[in-house]
Design a protein around this ligand. Structure first.
Ligand code: HSE
Length: 303
């Protein structure tokens, strides 16, 4: 059987007030080369610093996901030999687990010959993940808005143009698990607060559609769904935000569940800010990241 190559992008979720529903694909990748294993065993070869310590056999998360997807259709994925490289740091709020999940689903689709469309793969991904904000942009690319309805087990998504801004990710050296970052959130929100924050979110989206980044940024930073509770888990967050705003940024928000801090800024101003952030926050890696427009890239090789 042919070799499969996958290039699966990272993503940033939430954009402030779009908690669990808005995400954007980023130009960092989990790259995978897979072929059917001749010895009938699963083998993972991990290349690069971000995958060290992960299992190298069938206990790997990607195997579990691939088999889970195939089982749903009464199929099996044959044991595979995989070579993987990633420049998506783990547990930093850049969608590394969503990229692994999507990888497992695409492997199942190819090697168990499921013939699922991207829409159907998204349904599976969201059913496992519980929300579409990372998996949808990872699959489709660009800026995707979505909602998962667990009662109907249905995910609907919508797209808007990617913002014409530069994006800076300030990535701390420490990890923050999504589980821990979700534990600090309240169980419930009063109706008046839900109305307020959904109004802010609606306005943010409308402003993004109109390319009014000043207003979009202002709205992003008025989130009340998660940031007020999570910012204390990221000691540098307030200082990064203050410096970014002093440098003319449109917005600085927590990327996904954190601890990466995401800044949207005018293209003319981004270079100076990224250098300043790198200089001032030496324990973090500050970098300009491009928005990925196309989502998972899949190639089969006949050799
Ligand atoms: N929307 C999710 C969160 C992203 O902020 O917890 C991480 O799964």
């Amino acid at each position: 059987m042919k070799k499969l190559q996958l290039k699966v992008p990272a993503s940033t979720a939430n954009l402030g007030v779009g908690f669990d529903s808005i995400g954007m694909a980023l130009d960092k990748y989990l790259e995978v080369e897979a072929s059917v294993s001749v010895d009938q065993q699963w083998h993972f070869e991990h290349i690069g610093p971000h995958l060290t310590g992960l299992p190298e056999d069938e206990t790997h998360y990607i195997t579990q996901i691939a088999q889970q997807a195939a089982n749903k259709f009464n199929q099996k994925v044959p044991p595979l030999r995989l070579k993987m490289y990633s420049d998506i740091p783990l547990a930093r709020g850049l969608g590394s687990s969503a990229s692994a999940l999507v990888t497992g689903l695409f492997l199942a689709n190819h090697f168990a010959n499921l013939k699922l469309s991207k829409y159907e793969l998204l349904q599976l991904a969201t059913e496992i993940e519980g929300h579409p904000d990372n998996v949808a942009p990872t699959i489709y690319g660009g800026l995707v808005l979505g909602v998962y309805d667990p009662e109907e087990n249905q995910t609907d998504v919508s797209y808007i143009d990617i913002p014409k801004v530069d994006v800076i990710a300030t990535i701390p050296s420490y990890e923050l698990s999504t589980e821990k970052a979700r534990k600090v959130l309240p169980e419930n929100l009063a109706l008046k607060d839900a109305v307020k924050y959904s109004a802010i979110s609606n306005t943010m989206i409308s402003a993004l559609i109109q390319h009014n980044y000043e207003l979009a940024g202002k709205m992003m930073m008025k989130d009340g769904f998660h940031e007020p509770y999570r910012q204390y888990l990221i000691p540098d967050f307030e200082d990064i935000k203050t410096i970014a705003l002093e440098h003319g940024a449109y917005a600085t928000v927590i990327s996904g569940a954190g601890p990466t801090v995401l800044t949207l800024i005018k293209k003319e101003l981004s270079g100076k800010l990224v250098r300043t952030l790198q200089e001032k926050f030496k324990d973090c890696e500050s970098e300009l990241v491009t928005i990925n427009r196309f989502g998972v890239k899949q190639t089969t090789i006949n050799l």
